[in-house]
Design a protein around this ligand. Structure first.
Ligand code: PQ2
Ligand code: NAD
Length: 213
């Protein structure tokens, strides 16, 4: 049994050119996630699902309705293949590899430069579970369980931390304050839904911000 582990990252795809070959069931969810992430998405496929057609009509992706042809991959940062034809997936992966462009082939690990974890979201919080390719359906089950543990208070806490990050100058004191926000009383109160009491603690901490520098 393989003992390797994959290296997890969160890609910032806003404005990046992404190619998706195939427009069926698997491509549906991929295209929605990629468009939500702000990717400039180009889909190539002869048969197109309703979801992808609607996204194209809304101008949220570019659609080319024909089979893949060599040359399609050039000019993209990353490529996803989700076709029902293994030979097509191999040809796309070959072209991508020749150009040094990273490729994911749905359900074909040996063609993948990266694999996809099972993903769930609550606001800015992302739960992603990988099993290093061993058990995708377990990844899905665990993702659902972990996501249930993310409370509305956690989402508020993440948003508050993000808001403070933008407003306070970076440095040791900000780091201390944000760590204290999450690990201390304010975080505990927010997680329990006691927003007013939490805000009193945050204001007190902000009033003394700058004095300890
Ligand atoms: C997590 C998720 C993300 C996503 O796809 O978005 C994902 N697969 C999901 C579901 C799923 N896939 C399969 C089943 C049927 C049960 C089963 O076979 O176990 C189910 C369960 C279901 O459908 O409920 C079949 C399957 N998948 C792969 C193989 C090939 C092989 O193992 O050799 C086969 C056999 C094909 C065959 O037999 O022909 C391979 C991969 N699938 C991966 C990701 C990557 C590893 C992720 C990890 O490390 O955990 C990797 C390596 C490559 C990749 O695709 O990136 C998504 C859940 C999304 C969600 O949360 O809903
Ligand atoms: N749908 C599932 O739940 C599921 C589960 C496990 C594995 N898979 C695997 O994932 C892959 C994709 O499944 P799916 O359900 O999305 O298939 P699908 O039949 O819904 O869609 C296949 C897509 O591939 C496109 N395609 C075919 N030949 C092409 C070519 N030459 N160039 C470009 N596009 C081409 C088709 O036009 C279509 O849009 C398959 O290998 C399937 O075995 C799917």
């Amino acid at each position: 049994m393989s003992t390797h582990v994959d290296f997890p990252v969160c890609l910032r795809l806003r404005g990046k050119r992404v190619l998706l070959i195939g427009a069926g069931n698997i491509a549906d969810e991929r295209s929605q996630q990629l468009v939500d992430a702000g990717a400039v998405l180009h889909v190539v496929a002869p048969r197109v699902s309703e979801v992808i057609r609607r996204l194209a009509e809304e101008g949220r992706l570019e659609l080319t309705e024909r089979p893949y042809v060599p040359g399609d991959v050039r000019g993209h940062h990353v490529v996803f293949v989700a076709t029902d034809d293994r030979q097509v997936s191999e040809a796309v992966a070959d072209e991508a590899r020749g150009l040094g462009i990273w490729v994911n082939a749905a359900d074909i690990p040996e063609l993948c430069d990266f694999t996809l974890p099972s993903v769930g979201r609550r606001g800015p919080i992302v739960v992603a579970v990988s099993t290093s390719g061993q058990a995708p359906s377990l990844a899905r089950r665990l993702r659902k369980q972990f996501l249930e543990q993310v409370e509305p208070g956690h989402v508020q806490l993440a948003r508050l931390s993000g808001w403070l990050r933008k407003r306070l100058p970076a440095g040791a004191e900000r780091m201390r304050l944000l760590k204290q926000l999450v690990e201390g009383e304010a975080g505990e109160l927010l997680t329990r839904g006691e927003r007013k009491a939490a805000w009193v603690r945050v204001r007190a901490a902000l009033e003394t911000f700058g004095e300890k520098q």
